[in-house]
Design a protein around this ligand. Structure first.
Ligand SMILES: CC(C)(COP(=O)(O)OP(=O)(O)OC[C@H]1O[C@@H](n2cnc3c(N)ncnc32)[C@H](O)[C@@H]1OP(=O)(O)O)[C@@H](O)C(=O)NCCC(=O)NCCS
Length: 186
């Protein structure tokens, strides 16, 4: 039986390190089962970085340097209803609340035999980046994502297990994505 290593924020540094994507030269192989996430990494991530459209972080395996996962982060703002604001104790007259968005997140299928919890670790890493941003630069109350349920409806479950809830304003049962948020300070 294959024994998986469960990655948590406590042991992650033993196996992985995060690196900013700044050049296509540093890209090795990456094999996400959903092809469009490979295409984005190899064809669009660098251009988006250079155009200040999205900043990509690579998670590399310590031992091999192989890319285990990547995420692209962008600034965001979400509109919350009165009830949603109440839920987060946000008693403000305006609807729009600042956020940081996970625009892309994908795990390398080649490493999923060996490890569990990489996707969740990336969400925690995004939380860390949002907190750093709050401490030093600008405010973001939520982490947001458009959960891509087109290829795999389980992606919604993955985000829900990581503390994300659906946004009422953008909820539409015919969409290929579900707009979700996680309160960074909730
Ligand atoms: C979705 C994705 C990022 C999840 O990463 P991962 O490393 O497999 O997730 P984790 O191991 O951290 O899983 C955390 C929990 O979510 C569950 N989960 C993860 N993916 C799931 C899925 N597709 N369906 C149902 N549950 C899922 C796990 O079983 C685990 O549950 P547990 O804590 O009860 O054991 C990864 O499968 C992936 O890259 N998918 C393809 C690209 C994609 O769809 N990205 C989402 C873009 S919005």
């Amino acid at each position: 039986m294959i024994k998986h290593i469960k990655i948590t924020s406590k042991n992650a540094e033993e196996y992985f390190y995060l690196e900013k994507l700044v050049s296509e030269k540093s890209l090795g192989s990456f094999n996400c089962p959903v092809a469009e996430y490979n295409d984005y990494l190899f064809k669009d991530a660098i251009r988006s970085f250079k155009d200040h459209i999205a900043k990509t972080w690579l998670l590399r395996e310590q031992k091999t340097g192989e890319i285990a996962a990547y995420m692209s982060l962008i600034m965001d703002a979400i509109k919350l209803s009165f009830t949603e604001k109440e839920l987060h104790n946000l008693h403000y007259p305006f609807k729009t609340i600042p956020a940081m968005k996970i625009a892309k997140l994908a795990v390398n299928g080649n490493l999923s035999e060996k490890y569990r919890g990489i996707g969740s670790f990336m969400i925690n890493a995004a939380m860390g980046k949002a907190i750093d941003c709050n401490v030093d630069y600008c405010a973001a109350r939520f982490l947001t994502v458009d959960a891509d349920i087109e290829h795999d409806k389980g992606v919604f479950t993955f985000y829900a297990k990581n503390g994300f809830i659906s946004n009422a304003e953008l909820y539409n049962k015919n969409r290929k994505t579900v707009s979700m948020r996680k309160d960074i300070y909730g």
